[in-house]
Ligand binder design. Structure first.
Ligand SMILES: [Zn+2]
Length: 184
């Protein structure tokens, strides 16, 4: 952040009085611009034992397969966000059954939440952000072409719970890989 979104003057980094972290503070109007983690909400859409994945038509990870998910918008609930992203990316209406995974990704300031869902009447398509959507049998999941670590982790957990049909809520975190730690 370089400029104040309130008045347009430059911001500087400093610790405001009573705080203990550096914040962006406007040099002119003194507005403190807090930055906090963002929530990504999505679904694991299932139909007749298969899982719906979308092939991304946008960067990052163009051409890789993902669960439908995206940034939560203001004024919606996480379930509404998950359903909306599923509608936008997979042109699919879903019944949402419950929370499945919450994955903290602290090094990029994100929290990913996935809900278990069933496609209504098995209908889906490819939204503007998807090249195509496809139902994958468990043994056909394209593990080498999965878009993001949170999607991979959620799929791994889901396949595990599928075996017993005993679905838990999984709280996980994904931290920067060891190999990348020294570089940042
Ligand atoms: Zn300002």
């Amino acid at each position: 952040m370089k400029y104040c979104s309130t008045c347009g003057h430059p911001v500087e980094q400093r610790i405001p009085e009573g705080d203990n972290r550096h914040r962006y503070v406007c040099v002119s109007c003194e507005t403190i611009h807090y930055q906090n983690p963002r929530i990504i909400a999505g679904t694991v859409p299932v139909w007749e034992g298969k899982i719906l994945l979308c092939k991304r038509a946008i960067e990052p990870r163009y051409g890789y397969w993902t669960l439908p998910a995206g940034f939560m918008e203001n004024a919606e609930t996480t379930i509404e966000a998950a359903a909306r992203e599923t509608r936008e990316e997979a042109l699919a209406e879903v019944d949402i059954h419950g929370l499945f995974s919450i994955i903290d990704v602290p090094h990029i300031n994100q929290v990913h939440m996935f809900y278990r869902a069933t496609l209504i009447e098995g209908r889906f398509g490819a939204g503007e952000e998807s090249l195509e959507s496809r139902l994958f049998a468990v043994e056909d999941i394209p593990w080498d072409e999965i878009s993001f670590p949170t999607v991979r982790k959620t799929l791994e957990l889901f396949l595990e719970d599928m075996k017993t049909e005993n679905y838990q809520v999984h709280l996980k975190d994904i931290r920067r890989p060891m190999s990348a730690r020294g570089k940042a």
